[in-house]
Design a protein around this ligand. Structure first.
Ligand SMILES: [Zn+2]
Ligand SMILES: [Zn+2]
Length: 187
């Protein structure tokens, strides 16, 4: 009987095979993990279920909401894109506002950029977010119309946070920002 056939050697071979199997498993796991990471280039909207792809030409650094329905997810804790929040609640686009840009040299309020106001359905957090270049303008206009029926509780909440929701008086500026100065020909 040769030594290679000894039971001890067989056990050793089996052990080696097992280690090899484990390392293969680990490598595959790593591969799967990397593929998952690449998948982060796209996500499925949990509200309208459409697939949304990240695109560098959207004008903002982080895609914060779905460009079709404009709903978002409560992922960020302290700042845009930090993805540190454990809440994960759905964030409803409740209204629009202009970014506060301070006062110009003539003492007038500077015209700020049109922003979306989201409120988390789970924890109530309010956040203000930039629009992306490919956001659906029809959906934005629908939010403007819907925001006229905001409940008093939500309006109080916005006032407490110093957020001024758009009114009919702001409509012209909103249309200019969405469609340009010749908006009347487009809308
Ligand atoms: Zn959506
Ligand atoms: Zn939340």
């Amino acid at each position: 009987m040769s030594t290679s056939a000894s039971p001890r050697h067989c056990y050793f071979n089996s052990f080696l095979k097992f280690v090899k199997y484990l390392s293969l498993l680990y490598n595959n796991f790593e591969l799967i993990f990397v593929e998952e990471k690449n998948k982060n280039q796209a996500f499925q909207c949990s509200h309208c279920h459409k697939w949304v792809f990240y695109d560098r030409s959207i004008g903002t650094k982080h895609r914060n909401h779905c460009p079709y329905c404009l709903w978002s997810k409560h992922l960020d804790l302290d700042e845009s894109g930090d993805r540190k929040s454990a809440c994960q609640g759905e964030m409803e686009p409740i209204s629009l506002t202009f970014k506060q840009e301070g006062i110009n040299k003539y003492g007038e309020a500077k015209q700020g950029e049109l922003m979306l106001i989201h409120q988390c359905l789970k924890c109530g957090k309010i956040s203000i977010n930039r629009l992306a270049a490919d956001d659906d303008t029809e959906a934005i206009l629908k939010i403007f119309e819907k925001s006229k029926q905001l409940n008093p509780e939500a309006i109080n909440r916005l006032t407490e946070e110093g957020i001024k929701t758009l009114t009919e008086q702001d409509k012209q500026e909103m249309l200019i920002q969405l469609f340009g100065k010749n908006y009347e020909k487009i809308t």
